[in-house]
Design a protein around this ligand. Structure first.
Ligand code: FAD
Length: 389
């Protein structure tokens, strides 16, 4: 029957046969080793063993050069990974994994020394360690320039004090990519990034934070009290941290959009199934015009968002820095996904409110995407400013 899976196998011209082969091998892994555990991980969070397993399978470094243990692929391989992991139905796992593969490893590759790449990227790609990204603080989120974590020169290194909150993987990470201020008087030139091992004296996991959704992921409040790190913990240039983290945020938003859309697509696919199986008033639910039109509307909006993501990803992979379009991707996708998943719950009726049906999990998870990594309002501002206002 046409439309069983809303996506054709070769989904878009950006993907080659190699990408499609990769897609099917990740899909087989997800069907076997992720999807069956998605409900359980809501209670336990995803285990470290699944990250190690992905390391063994080579899925953690798809676009990482081979000399650091990766597969040497292109950026589109990361898109395939995000889309297929989303099909596993665990938003928390998808998010924890993306932080590791797409938010921490790329800046180390981009700005790190050879020694840092060997020290962190290799074990990260092998799945022996999980990483976190520390931007947000109790008093500063959207306003990254307003952070107050300080790093002060001390002997041959730096002394760090501050706190980071809402940190994904913060209960299990071996290292955090930390955004600090090294010269508060220097404005945007006063920021520096550090790679801080979590076993450094003075680093504390203050608490595991309870949250609305993304239950398969651990989220922590971390504190840094007189944490001393040597010079080789600096990632990139002292004073260039703001520009570096803005560079990181572009990839974070793009992969976040791809994962978010994949997760909404998963809810849509579940809803198609439900609309076929469920009978109301003597007919399959989906055959009522009001429901059929909702399905058509959702499918159209998902395709439109996907087209924008793929077009933007193509530019990004070609070495462009399309901040405006990446912001548009994040804004459009996360709002579309939110609307789509709300409709998916509606089509499920009471079942959509039950834990037993995956759409309820997607509903609580997907709300985050309109807040994290630059909320809607911030994306609107970036886009508006790009027109000179
Ligand atoms: C589950 C979860 C996981 C996360 N993981 C991480 C992580 O791993 N690492 C990390 O560093 N951070 C992480 N975050 C933090 C996330 O990126 C921030 O929550 C987000 O950037 C928003 O910052 P804030 O919460 O401080 O909101 P605020 O900055 O306080 O903003 C509150 C609201 O006001 C709006 N707003 C703010 N300023 C303006 C303005 N000038 N004009 C109009 N509207 C405005 C915002 O858009 C938002 O809607 C995570 C958050 C959550 C919830």
């Amino acid at each position: 029957m046409p439309g069983t899976d809303a996506r054709p196998a070769a989904s878009h011209l950006i993907f080659t046969e190699d990408h499609e082969a990769l897609r099917w091998s990740i899909r087989a892994f997800v069907d076997r080793e992720v999807a069956p555990h998605a409900a359980e991980w809501e209670r336990t969070t995803f285990p470290d063993s699944i990250v190690r397993r992905m390391g063994e399978l080579g899925f953690l470094g798809l676009s990482v050069p081979e000399q650091y243990g990766g597969q040497g692929g292109d950026y589109f391989a990361n898109l395939v990974l995000a889309e297929e992991i989303a099909r596993g139905g665990s938003g928390g796992f998808l998010m924890g994994l993306s932080v590791h593969t797409d938010m921490v490893i790329p800046p180390i590759l981009q700005f790190g020394t050879e020694e840092q790449k060997q020290r962190w990227v290799r074990p990260g790609v092998a799945g022996e360690m999980v990483f976190s990204l520390g931007i947000t603080e109790p008093d500063a989120g959207s306003d990254v320039a307003g952070i107050s974590t300080r790093a002060v020169r001390d002997g041959d290194g730096w002394r760090i004090n501050g706190a980071k909150t809402y940190i994904t993987n913060g209960c299990r990470n071996a290292m955090i990519l930390l955004v600090t201020k090294t010269d508060p008087a220097a404005g945007h030139k006063g920021f520096t990034l550090f790679l801080v091992p979590m076993d450094t004296p003075g680093v504390a996991r203050e608490s595991k934070l309870a949250k609305l959704g993304m239950h398969a992921s651990d989220t922590a409040l971390l504190s840094f009290t007189d944490v001393w790190v040597p010079d080789d913990a600096v990632l990139g240039e002292v004073g260039s941290g703001f520009a570096q983290i803005m560079w990181e945020l572009q990839a974070e938003r793009l992969i976040g959009a791809a994962g978010c859309l994949g997760y909404a697509q998963y809810a849509f696919d579940e809803t198609i199934r439900y609309a076929r199986d469920r009978t109301t008033f003597g007919r399959a639910l989906g055959t009522h015009q009001a429901i059929r039109h909702k399905i058509a509307d959702m499918a159209t909006r998902l395709e439109a968002a996907r087209a924008l993501i793929y077009t933007t990803a193509r530019r990004y992979a070609a070495g462009e820095y399309p901040v405006r379009e990446i912001s548009m991707c994040k804004l459009l996708t996360t709002q579309t996904a939110w609307d789509v998943v709300d409709t998916c719950v509606q089509i499920h009726g009471g079942a959509g409110y039950m834990d037993e049906f995956p759409v309820s999990r997607v509903f609580r998870d997907i709300r985050l995407y309109r807040i994290g990594a630059g909320a809607d309002e911030i994306m609107l501002d970036v886009i508006g400013k790009s027109y000179g206002f």
